[in-house]
Design a protein. Sequence first.
Length: 128
Amino acid sequence: MSEIVNLVFTERKSSEEINNIYNFNVRAFADSQAFDWSEQNIKNEIKDGWQLYSVECDGDIVAAVFMKEDDKQLLTKNTPIKMDYQGNGFSHMIKDFYEEYAANNKIETIINFCPTDSFRMIALNERH
């Protein structure tokens, strides 16, 4: 029997909040050529119009999510799930969060950015 887990998505803007997300897993984007994981680059993403959300489970940050509305599309990207929490369906919950946000804001198209060699994320995107 699996335990029901609720994830909390909270938009983050302050320097302290950005620092907490940066420190949750400094290797989150370490192997990604698409994003250099640093506090300054996170701040640059926010300046460029991306909304930053922490994804938390029982008060522990398990992922970071970026979203941006652009020309009636929702652009999305997220870090991998923190290692201790992988395999619990959190990636599906993040996709559900994107879809709910899009539906609430009358956005019909969601584009998720992920590394081209992340076959699991590509398959997940295709299923959603």
